[in-house]
Design a protein around this ligand. Structure first.
Ligand code: MG
Ligand code: MG
Length: 259
């Protein structure tokens, strides 16, 4: 999601520890929802699963009510890029892809992460779109070093995605995260002309490449939320919340302990 220009906020170790807990709840929820992604399930049912976990873990789903967004998950199917609204009418079928974006507020801090999943067997080019997008996030995270610039993250994503024959979305960007869901800096997935901010210790960055199979251009549907590709070709989205430490990047939303 894109906010207004916001300032960067450095976190101490205790704050980062809380943010790790928040993001681990996000990671566990994504894995739980993933188990239910199969032909025939509705995106509304997936949203209920996430919502129930929020209730049981006593966390607030971060997106619900955000500027009026009506659900806990953003679910974006096929040509939908981001911010799709869960619906009883949207039943997944074999060959679809679904991006699931989820965030929570826990003890005053936010977690935010996203994955894109195949529904049953998908065609090889769409699988490559998912693989390239996931790898572009890994390459981006490798640039999270004190002294680098945000533009190093942007360049890593753009170079790999475009070399792979796909395009990066311009209109929506990653963001700092902390006691607010969206803090500075903005983290574009493409290189801009101006000099971007230096990466400093204590920032937490929500890095989220959105990658389209065709044109990078997108538009927003009449519901005011759902972003789709202008050419209706598929789009993928992966996101991690990553802490900047002196020892390097720490992926707070890592799903390792749940997979
Ligand atoms: Mg997100
Ligand atoms: Mg985000």
């Amino acid at each position: 999601m894109k906010g207004d220009a916001k300032s960067m906020v450095v976190k101490n170790k205790d704050e980062i520890a809380i943010m790790r807990e928040a993001n681990q709840i996000v990671a566990e929820t994504l894995i739980e929802v993933k188990k239910h992604v199969e032909p025939g399930v509705t995106t509304w049912e997936l949203d209920k699963i996430a919502e129930d976990i929020c209730v049981s873990k006593k966390v607030r789903p971060a997106f619900k009510g955000y500027r009026g967004f009506p659900a806990s998950l953003c679910v974006s199917v096929n040509e939908q890029v981001v911010h799709g609204i869960p619906s009883r009418k949207c039943k997944l079928k074999k060959g679809d892809i679904i991006s699931i974006d989820f965030g929570v507020e826990y003890q005053g801090y936010f977690g935010d992460s996203a994955i894109t999943l195949p529904v049953g067997k998908i065609d090889p080019e769409t699988q490559r779109l998912l693989d390239v997008t996931r790898t572009s996030l890994e390459l981006a995270i490798a640039e999270v070093k004190v002294g680098n610039r945000i533009g190093d993250i942007s360049a890593a994503v753009q170079r790999y995605v475009e070399d792979s024959g796909f395009s990066v979305v311009r209109q929506f960007v990653g963001h700092g995260i902390g006691a607010a869901l969206h803090e500075g800096p903005e983290i574009p997935n493409f290189v801009q002309d101006d000099r971007s901010p230096r990466i400093i210790e204590g920032l937490v960055l929500a890095i989220e490449p959105m990658v389209n199979m065709g044109t990078h251009k997108v538009k927003v549907l009449k519901d005011g939320w759902t972003v789709i590709t202008a050419d209706r070709k598929p789009s993928a989205h992966f996101e991690h919340s990553v802490a900047v430490t002196a020892a390097g990047p720490v992926i707070l939303s890592s799903r390792e302990s749940f997979e």
